[in-house]
Ligand binder design. Structure first.
Ligand code: SAM
Length: 251
């Protein structure tokens, strides 16, 4: 089915970014170091991989095999092209798929990775669904936005109530991980630069060019406004929230 105009504009606004959410290679590697015994036999599923910078970092820094999936085919094509260019395509394969319907056999993976995408399924729903896909002692590694300080200002609260009312603090996320049958082996916050360097910085530049290209189109201007508002809220209030990386083992 053809994408509607808003979806087409959305993907245009987000095109050409190094990544589609906050993150950086050093945080990916720090999380990977919390998973024991990653070797040539290790099978990783990267859920909501986008153009897959994190999947490439995993493939370049471990001998594991990685299946990366995303429901936006152009992202999948970009990652497969990159895997071929880097001569990683024998161990890194991107596929089009829906995280709500992960049709892999039970115990297909040793590690499920998910940077910036678990919120789409919901933390608890995703963690529960992933259980059957993991081997005994399998691990999950995911990032999720969380409050980092109490009493955020009203404007910040109202933004997040509109965008993602499910936002909570790290303690609440650790409790959720536990309640879903996993034992946390480590967690840490991503640095502020992980929001800006490969994500909001390039996105802000994209939004400016996008506005100019679509001058006179209210739906495009509105989309650029929403995007800029998210960036402006972050610039003003990023002391109050951040992205946490959580690594946990099936209990
Ligand atoms: C915020 S981006 C994160 C991408 C990447 N992991 C990163 O950190 O750069 C979320 C990704 O989830 C994908 N996505 C959204 N809904 C999905 C679904 N139902 N199944 C699979 N992927 C989905 C989007 O296309 C997008 O690439």
């Amino acid at each position: 089915m053809a994408e509607d105009t808003t979806t087409t504009l959305f993907f245009e606004l987000f095109s050409g970014l190094p990544r589609q959410g906050p993150g950086d290679a050093s945080s990916t590697l720090r999380a990977l170091s919390l998973v024991p015994d990653v070797g040539a036999e290790t099978r990783i599923l990267d859920v909501g991989c986008g153009t897959g910078l994190q999947a490439r970092v995993l493939a370049q820094n471990s001998p594991a095999s990685i299946v990366a999936m995303d429901n936006h085919p152009p992202f999948v094509d970009i990652l497969n092209d990159e895997a071929r260019r880097l001569d990683l395509d024998h161990r890194l394969e991107a596929r089009v798929g829906d995280m709500h319907r992960l049709d892999f056999a039970d115990a297909s993976f040793d590690l499920i990775w998910c940077e910036g995408a678990i919120y789409i399924a919901g933390v608890e729903a995703a963690l529960r669904n992933w259980h059957r896909l993991l081997v005994r002692d399998g691990h999950v590694a995911f990032t999720e936005v969380c409050w980092t300080k109490p009493d955020p200002p009203a404007e910040c609260v109202s933004f997040w109530e509109g965008e993602y009312p499910g936002i909570r603090d790290a303690t609440a996320l650790l409790n959720a991980i536990d309640a879903c049958g996993y034992e946390t082996v480590g967690h840490f916050m991503l640095p502020r630069s992980a929001w800006w360097d490969d994500y909001y910085g390039p996105l802000e530049r994209n939004a400016k060019a996008f506005r100019t290209r679509h001058r006179g189109r209210p739906e495009a201007q509105e989309l650029a406004d929403q995007c800029q508002r998210e960036i402006d809220v972050w610039k003003a209030y990023s002391d109050y929230y951040g992205y946490g990386f959580f690594v946990a083992r099936v209990r």
